[in-house]
Design a protein around this ligand. Structure first.
Ligand SMILES: [Zn+2]
Ligand SMILES: [Zn+2]
Length: 167
């Protein structure tokens, strides 16, 4: 017997993620780095496919992938910072960074936390996802509440990207 309201991380392992967009819409566009204009390649992070630029070490996360990343590393997916990622954003003056999914200019969103400099991220105005420059994802996760367990996600990321060995 198990109670349905106690979904543990184990239960999440059995959730299979859609590998392709549901519906007829497929992305024929080759994803390209918003910064360097070179082709992104896919890194598998557990069940998430993260688009990574080998040149600038930036990362693209499709909408919802950050939450999946957190889930799969045993972190919580409830944090005020996650909500703040949904903001509209403003068009940067340069305006030349394009969404790898739809080629529309990305908007800058500013994530502020108490006692730290705001982190500026790039978000697709059509909610395809978020672009993180090198280390920005780790910086964002470092600002999550300690009890969220996001530090585990940072550990996995650093390992995956070979940025740091365990210290
Ligand atoms: Zn790049
Ligand atoms: Zn887009």
């Amino acid at each position: 017997m198990h109670s349905p309201h106690q979904l543990s991380c184990d239960a999440l392992d059995s959730v299979s993620l859609p590998k392709h967009d549901a519906g007829g819409e497929t992305h024929a566009v080759i994803p390209v780095c918003p910064r360097c204009d070179v082709e992104l390649f896919i890194l598998r992070f557990k069940d998430v496919e993260v688009d990574f630029c080998h040149r600038c070490r930036g990362l693209w996360l499709d909408a919802g992938e950050l939450e999946v990343l957190l889930q799969q590393t045993g972190a919580r997916t409830v944090d005020p910072i996650l909500r703040s990622l949904q903001q509209e954003g403003t068009l940067p003056s340069g305006g030349k960074h394009l969404c790898p999914r739809c080629d529309k200019p990305l908007r800058e969103i500013s994530v502020t936390q108490a006692g730290a400099a705001p982190l500026v991220l790039d978000r697709c105005p059509f909610n395809h996802g978020l672009w993180f420059d090198a280390d920005e994802l780790q910086e964002l996760l470092a600002d999550f509440a300690p009890e969220s367990g996001a530090s585990k996600t940072i550990g996995y990321l650093n390992e995956l990207l070979g940025m740091k060995n365990k210290t």
